[in-house]
Design a protein around this ligand. Structure first.
Ligand code: FES
Length: 426
């Protein structure tokens, strides 16, 4: 028996995590989806694997070669991603009429793999779900055999969802159905699905039994991946010893990779840390001055003298240096900000296109200079060197919104609204 693992997808639902690695390699509980699948199948005696790769496929290949040097692995490249059925069709010559075990590369399920391998029937993994409309769905007869499978039905006739695990004895018939569907352009929801080919096999007389998986971890969406990580940690957590790390408390379950440096931290619960990671909070490190000022301003709204004093003391830096950095960058505010902010760009392009005239008009209306806040606390006037929209000069940023090609009349109209608005209630 051969295993087919489709891992060609771009993992768009897992972005930004999947920008630099395929979703099958995103760390989960100190492992990866791919390693959990391979280990499961190997434990049931499957030795030959066909990986269908595409997006960042070289990373899959490097990972398997490195972690499973003895695995009998083949790689098939799916250049044009047109669905799982289309991907599996590419493996025909490698399968060579053998029985196959197919596991989708973003699926982790707990079930008795050996029992499925030993079954005399083709098998499809299922699990009851509340709303099956986003899944392939199996209709199961009273005799326990599947009578129909359908991909993402609008009106499901069953709530048994296909979990993405299949054992297929009649692989030749599967390829026949896949080729037929592709030749005729029979797509479901824009893709050539494996579900459609399986249904074609069933209608041709193939006998499929279902098996219910105990746990099904959704690893393909970022909304659920943290939850899956926490659940998997119950099984794969590493015993962690707080005393192994300086001034650190570990709250299990956690998974901590090898060669990690962790100091002054509280880790867990439900945390996975990759190997060779360094975690050292830098709030006591002088190099972190800008980051600390940034955080303090986010928390307190502005950097008053007491805060600068405290930061200088905590980071063991001269107050003059802390004050110098806080006043050098326009971003930092040493006084309470007004309810509204008007940031006028004074870069060259904006200067040439009339920023000085705007500045005079705005200062005249507000009665304060740029760098100050009106006495009623309603408007802060700030300047910037260039806000990156020189082609639209003159530019201001008003309450975080770009105001391109700003005319004097428009600027004064905005200020008028702000300056005459009523105080908010308590
Ligand atoms: S100079 Fe004003 S946006 Fe560049």
């Amino acid at each position: 028996m051969k295993a087919i693992i489709p891992v060609a997808g771009a993992g768009t639902k897992l972005r930004p995590h999947s920008y630099s690695q395929p979703k099958a390699l995103i760390p989960l509980a100190g492992r990866t989806v791919l390693s959990i699948i391979i280990d499961q199948l190997q434990s049931a005696g499957i030795r030959e694997f066909i990986f269908i790769v595409g997006y960042l496929g070289d990373k899959i290949q490097d990972y398997v070669t490195d972690k499973y040097p003895d695995l009998q692995a083949h790689y098939v490249h799916q250049v044009d991603r047109q669905g799982v059925g289309h991907a599996i069709r590419l493996t025909k010559s490698l399968v060579n009429q053998d029985e196959v075990f197919v596991v989708l590369g973003d699926t982790i399920c707990e079930y008795d793999v050996q029992e499925v391998v030993n079954s005399p029937y083709s098998m499809i993994g299922v699990r009851k779900v509340d709303d099956p409309r986003d899944f392939g769905v199996a209709e199961i007869g009273e005799d326990g055999f599947i009578s129909h499978v359908v991909e993402k039905p609008h009106i499901p006739k069953s709530n048994m969802a296909l979990v993405g695990v299949y054992k297929l004895k009649e692989s030749d018939q599967m390829f026949q159905c896949l080729e037929n569907n592709i030749r005729q352009g029979l797509r479901s929801h824009g893709e050539y699905s494996l579900t459609d080919a399986l249904d074609c096999m069933i209608q041709m007389g193939a006998r499929f039994q279902s098996f219910v998986v105990e746990n099904w971890f959704d690893c393909g969406r970022k909304e659920t991946i943290l939850e899956s990580n926490a659940l998997l940690l119950k099984k794969y957590a590493t015993p962690a010893d707080s005393s192994a790390f300086e001034n650190t408390v570990i709250i299990p379950p956690v998974s901590i990779g090898t060669n990690c440096v962790i100091k002054n931290s509280i880790i867990g619960p439900n945390v996975s840390i990759g190997e060779q990671t360094t975690l050292v909070p830098n709030r006591r490190n002088g190099h972190a001055l800008i980051e600390v000022l940034h955080t303090a301003q986010n928390v307190f709204g502005f950097l008053e003298d007491d805060i600068l004093l405290y930061i200088a003391h905590a980071l063991k830096r001269p107050l003059s240096q802390v004050y110098g950095v806080a006043t050098f960058y326009h971003y930092f505010r040493l006084k309470p900000p007004g309810r509204h902010t008007f940031v006028l760009c004074q870069g060259t392009a904006c200067y040439v296109k009339g920023a000085p005239q705007l500045q005079r008009a705005v200062e005249h209306r507000c009665g304060v200079r740029f760098g100050e806040t009106t006495k009623d606390g309603k408007v802060s006037l700030l300047t910037a060197r260039c806000v990156g929209s020189c082609g639209l000069a003159p530019v201001a940023v008003v309450d975080e919104q770009m105001a391109p090609k700003l005319s004097e009349a428009d600027a004064l109209a905005r200020l008028e609204r702000w300056l005459t608005e009523l105080e908010p209630g308590p």
